[in-house]
Design a protein around this ligand. Structure first.
Ligand code: PEP
Ligand code: MG
Length: 324
């Protein structure tokens, strides 16, 4: 199988009915960079910047971060890298920050909420990113945006840092692209203006699913209780696809499910055209997607839903078995 994946590494992922699906990789450590070459990823759809903060025993410095980000951009050789700003709290706790005892960390003071309330660290990080990208494209994504105003405030932070860099006479990125993660159901119902304004969205399926089903992703008792291929969840995702199509907003999916071949196939069938996953998943996902027609899978999904199935998994598996 490994050989088969190697042989399609440089092949575009195009389904039987001609849909091109961009497959990107998730990363966060310098050790991930060689995978950019070896996996055949079209770019880095999610760079989890908090990993660099989590592996240290003290806050990294701006110059150190800028050097790291520069190495990432160098390794990407012009491919798009989506840098997600610090996503801490909940399951990701920095050893050198005062822990906050919260009854419900997943619903608590985390990610962009921390960044907006205590903007110092994010400002430092934004400055490092802007300096690292001088003269190149820079893509920044904010985690855990639950409503439009949070996106506007976060975006303002970027504008402020950028203006300051220019005033200081520093080189700035050639182009800046700013987007948000869609990880809370609320954001799917944000006003039209949000979808007009945001430059791209990436569905954080791990968090989105935990909030959609109210099932803690860290809790072994419940984390596998609800199927990603539930008719309810897929139709919710499809609604997001529809809203993004209405405003021509670039949409991707970067949760773990994007790296599971059957899930990836169904995500593509409901309209997701950009999937970001761990590098080792790119081969298996590409290999499966290239063998099927999204229109056919779509039909199987619709028929399963019409029959009242809770999950389309059995129907899709059966279809794959018969048409393998
Ligand atoms: C997600 O929530 O799906 C996601 C990609 O972010 P993380 O897993 O880092 O929370
Ligand atoms: Mg998340």
């Amino acid at each position: 199988a490994q050989e088969r994946y190697a042989s399609i590494r440089d092949t575009d992922c195009v389904t039987k009915d001609g849909h091109y699906i961009s497959l990107q990789m998730n990363a966060g450590l310098m050790a991930d960079l060689p995978s950019l070459e070896s996996s055949g990823a079209n770019g880095v759809g999610l760079f989890r910047t908090e990993l660099q903060f989590l592996i240290r025993n003290q806050m990294p410095r701006r110059t150190e971060l800028a050097a790291l980000y520069k190495r990432v951009l160098d390794a990407a050789q012009g491919k798009r890298v989506v840098f997600r700003t610090l996503d801490i709290g909940s399951d990701k706790v920095l050893p050198y920050m005062k822990p906050h005892d919260e009854p419900n960390p997943a619903l608590g003071w985390r990610a962009i909420r921390v960044a907006l309330d205590r903007p110092g660290v994010m400002r430092m990080q934004l400055q490092a990113l802007i300096r690292a990208a001088e003269g190149r494209n820079l893509t920044i994504m904010f985690p855990f945006i639950a409503q439009f105003s949070e996106y506007k405030l976060a975006r303002n932070e970027v504008d402020t840092v950028l203006a300051r860099e220019k005033r200081l006479g520093h080189a700035v990125p050639e182009r800046l692209e700013i987007g948000a993660m869609l990880e809370t159901p609320s954001l799917a119902y944000a006003p039209q203006q949000f979808f007009d304004e945001v430059e791209f969205l990436s569905i954080g399926g791990n968090d989105l699913k935990q909030f959609f089903f109210a099932a803690d992703r860290e809790n072994e008792r419940v984390r596998r209780r609800y199927d990603t291929l539930s008719v309810s969840f897929l139709s919710f995702l499809e609604g997001i696809v529809g809203r993004c199509e209405g405003t021509n907003t670039h949409l991707s999916f970067c949760g773990e499910d994007a790296g599971r071949p059957i899930e990836a196939l169904c995500l593509a069938a409901v309209g997701l055209r950009n999937l970001s996953m761990r590098p080792a998943s790119i081969g298996p996902v590409k290999s499966l997607l290239m063998r099927y027609s999204l229109a056919e899978i779509r039909k199987v999904i619709d028929e399963s839903g019409a029959r009242g199935d809770e999950s389309v998994r059995a129907a899709v598996m059966e279809y794959l078995r018969q048409n393998g």
